[in-house]
Design a protein around this ligand. Structure first.
Ligand SMILES: [Fe+2]
Ligand SMILES: [Fe+2]
Length: 482
């Protein structure tokens, strides 16, 4: 059993103060990407952040934030990141990592002006430059700001680092398509009773975990694109990706996440023994066919138990294969003779599987459900089919307009969602790549952030009116996401 996350003690002071600081600091940092220094919103964000810093300095003597791997330390004590705060911490972590800044320290109370100088300094740093911290130090010195200190981000030797976002994307894509390859290979191996290359699969899932920890948007984006012809293998990889991303958010330690990925990758292994006519049938299944179909979790479990290649992984794999249709209240299949609790891995994979199975286009109905509707169904069945706590985290993770959604804006523009906001109050304000029509096809236009406000009226510049079906417009979403 993976260690469950410790419950958050509300009196854990470093966590409370650290979370408050990071939230305000990150909002301000994000603000600098939209507004200039004189903007009133920047004014407000700066004031809010200064208040938190000065309160801390007054009560604790100083404020020192250090990032070690993916952990945060506040005045040398580790912050326990709650699932609801996870997206902000992760986004902040990515921003700092890009800039190679791993430490920030405030040793005295400070003025708003100074914080503003500092934040624009950080915001303007070039990506992937190891000596950024030296530049910041020099600039602070030059401006006589002595109460702020920064330090370099420390990496460990065994970490694979893709600070550059293009490299990161390329790496993620590679992991995705190699994973599809390995599922195919293993499935064919089972049918031909060949030795299976489990080590390769394990390595790929470790790579997937690394990629997701650094930036999950490319892999989630790939998982969200549902216009593949061959979805059996894509489905397996998608479930693994959703499971890892979800697992990370509820605090499953890194070393267990790749196991979770493996369990997700092979959850439907039993389907390899289901006759193709039933598996690929596009019409309704007869009761007899259903009975056979429902047997796949048991077959999968048997297949796993028979193969010794899985080694210590087999318990996890069985959880994925056997439990993913059981449902939280055990009303699913297979029927159990004795009540038992579904494992954490089983509960996660159930959610990942359900979501992916419903969004995928079917031959007889190419755009069956939009994500909003599925998330609605999931919420409705929360506590019955799904673990309510995990469903909540999942819905936050996917967002109402998931990556790759085609949307119509109130400005009558069309766009594709390319980034969802980390803050849960802003899930309806993603970043969107606008489309324009020319020479018979839709093309990439400019990127807009739906958080942008008109300064005079204080209204949002653009809002989503509704989601559209990309097939109807002959739009290949993948081209715009990658
Ligand atoms: Fe299944
Ligand atoms: Fe499945």
């Amino acid at each position: 059993m993976p260690e469950e996350k410790p419950t958050l003690d509300h009196e854990h002071r470093p966590t409370k103060l650290g979370t408050e600081f990071i939230t305000k600091f990150y909002r301000l940092l994000k603000g600098t990407t939209i507004y200039d220094r004189k903007n009133v919103i920047i004014d407000r964000l700066t004031q809010e952040c200064v208040q938190v810093i000065n309160n801390t300095v007054r009560s604790e003597g100083n404020l020192f934030l250090k990032i070690v791997r993916d952990n945060f330390f506040f005045n040398n004590i580790q912050i326990i990141v709650g699932a609801d705060k996870f997206p902000i911490f992760k986004a902040f972590w990515q921003d700092m990592r890009k800039r190679w800044i791993g430490e920030v320290e405030f040793s005295e109370e400070l003025k708003g002006e100074h914080l503003r100088d500092f934040i624009y300094l950080l915001s303007g740093l070039e990506e992937n430059n190891e000596s950024n911290y030296l530049y910041v130090k020099k600039q602070l010195e030059h401006r006589n700001i002595e109460s702020i200190e920064v330090g370099k981000l420390e990496f460990y030797k065994d970490e694979e680092i893709y600070v550059d976002s293009e490299d990161q994307k390329k790496y993620s894509k590679e992991v995705y398509f190699k994973s599809i390859g390995i599922v195919k290979e293993v499935v064919e191996g089972i049918n031909q009773q060949k030795a299976l290359n489990i080590r390769k699969a394990k390595r790929l899932m470790q790579n997937a975990v690394n990629a997701i920890m650094q930036d999950d948007s490319t892999l989630l984006g790939l998982a969200n694109i549902k216009n593949y012809d061959e979805y059996t293998f894509n489905h397996s990889v998608n479930v693994a990706i959703y499971a890892i991303t979800l697992g990370q958010r509820i605090g499953i330690p890194k070393k267990h996440l790749s196991h979770l990925g493996m369990a997700g990758l092979f959850h439907d292994m039993g389907k390899t023994k289901i006759p193709r006519e039933i598996l690929n049938k596009t019409g309704k299944l007869s009761p007899e066919e259903w009975a056979i179909m429902r047997f796949h979790p048991v077959i999968g479990t048997e297949l796993i138990m028979r193969m010794k290649e899985w080694g210590e992984l087999s318990t996890r794999m069985i959880e994925g294969a056997f439990e993913h249709h059981l449902r939280y209240d055990l009303t699913g299949y297979p029927k159990l003779s004795r009540k038992r609790k579904i494992s954490l891995f089983g509960r996660i994979i159930t959610i990942a599987d359900f979501y992916d199975a419903l969004v995928r286009p079917r031959v007889y109905n190419r755009f069956p459900y939009v994500s909003e509707k599925i998330l609605g169904i999931m919420l409705e069945r929360s506590g019955k089919d799904f673990d309510p706590a995990i469903v909540k985290v999942f819905i936050n993770m996917i967002g109402i307009f998931p990556l790759g959604t085609l949307v119509l804006l109130n400005t009558n523009e069309m766009g594709i969602v390319t980034q969802i906001q980390e803050e849960s109050e802003l899930v309806d304000r993603p970043k969107v790549c606008l489309l324009y029509y020319s020479d018979g096809e839709y093309r990439k236009g400019k990127m807009v952030d739906l958080r942008e406000m008109d300064e005079a009226t204080r209204n949002f510049e653009r809002s989503v009116v509704k989601t559209l079906d990309p097939n109807e417009y002959n739009i290949n979403v993948a081209e715009f996401l990658m």
